[in-house]
Design a protein around this ligand. Structure first.
Ligand SMILES: Nc1ncnc2c1ncn2[C@@H]1O[C@H](COP(=O)(O)OP(=O)(O)OP(=O)(O)O)[C@@H](O)[C@H]1O
Ligand SMILES: [Mg+2]
Length: 311
């Protein structure tokens, strides 16, 4: 549905994105993940026909972003980083205005407005002035305007930025519901966000794709080793050194003198040997468990490895 090939954008001499290639299938929910300045908003602006690219091609439903942008605009709803709201308008009048500029026929404007008011749970604030709404509700109005022309594709740039935890949960729930009937690209540098909503992740770093994979795939490909956490009751010298001597143990990190993070070969069942060793030396096991890698670990590993920093 969305085919991006070799997409490059220079701002003056500075390359913001460099040769991005990826696809998004119909009905997919894809997360763009990357640190500040990675090129997420730039890529989204190009997909939404707001910014011309320097090189490369983007095809959406078979239409070319540069040649047939009017067709594409009908199919895409966009929530930019800063929602394009008019703070002096009421919610209803703004949404009617958005419907008209999106080319919704006059006799369907009211129905479209009511549909998005309903979807984004805005009915109770429909007559309020936008500028006086809370940030979360303003974000909902931004989301509502992006859906006013009933697009198949939604592109949402950091939809939960600046919201409090309760509002974040509400917006996430809303996006979840939208996911059943839309193709969605969502950007974030907040990792749990992506794990909650997206099936597939594109990790951008410094204008390049660091990884494209499903969450499970990313975890599996990076999980060449597994980690064990050992916490003991009795501190004694040389625990880390002793653990290091076990077969299949790759490294041991001591956190204080009672807690140890043991990195070992995948499926090597090192915990059996650790438990035995702990018994032999009367360390007193408080806790011994496998620690799975989080998306956060993967993200740091991918983005920092390129910079030559140890994650
Ligand atoms: N209009 C512009 N003029 C010049 N440089 C720009 C412009 N917009 C973005 N950039 C630069 O391009 C790079 C990518 O920016 P972009 O906004 O796409 O990143 P991002 O991943 O969305 O970051 P953030 O998480 O901070 O929103 C950055 O180095 C940024 O400074
Ligand atoms: Mg951005």
């Amino acid at each position: 549905m969305i085919e991006v090939e070799n997409l490059t954008k220079f701002y003056g001499p500075h390359p913001a994105i460099k040769g991005l290639t990826f696809n998004v299938n119909q009905g997919e929910v894809v997360g763009f993940l990357g640190p500040n300045g990675a090129g997420k908003s730039t890529t989204m602006n190009i997909l939404c026909c707001i910014l011309p690219a320097t090189a490369g091609t983007v095809k959406i439903c078979g239409f070319d972003v540069f040649e047939q942008s009017l067709e594409i605009r009908k199919k895409i709803g966009y929530l930019p980083e800063n929602p394009p709201l008019y703070p002096d308008m009421t919610v209803t009048s703004y949404l009617e205005f958005a419907a008209k500029i999106r080319g919704v026929p006059n006799n369907k404007v009211a129905a479209s407005r009511d549909r998005v008011l309903d979807k984004c749970v805005l009915k109770d604030v429909r007559h309020r002035i936008i500028g006086r709404l809370s940030k979360g509700f303003q974000q909902r109005v931004g989301l509502a305007q992006s859906m006013i022309h009933d697009p198949e594709i939604l592109i949402l740039d950091e939809p939960t930025i600046g919201l409090d935890p309760i509002q974040i949960i509400e917006i996430r729930k809303l996006i979840h519901e939208l996911a059943s009937s839309h193709t969605i690209i969502l950007s974030s540098h907040i990792l749990p966000e992506i794990t909650h909503i997206c099936k597939r992740v594109i990790i951008l770093n410094d204008g390049e794709i660091a990884a494209v994979d499903s969450l499970e795939g990313l975890t599996a490909s990076l999980n060449k080793s597994e980690r064990l956490l050992l916490r003991v009751r009795n501190s004694s010298n040389g625990i880390a050194d002793k653990l290091q001597t076990l077969d299949n143990v790759l490294s041991v990190n001591a956190e204080g003198d009672k807690e140890f993070m043991i990195e070992c070969a995948m499926n090597s069942h090192v915990q059996d040997q650790v438990a035995q060793m702990a018994l032999e030396h009367s360390w007193g096991i408080e806790e011994l468990k496998t620690v799975s890698m989080t998306l956060e670990d993967i993200f740091l590993k991918l983005t920092l490895e390129e910079k030559g920093v140890d994650a």
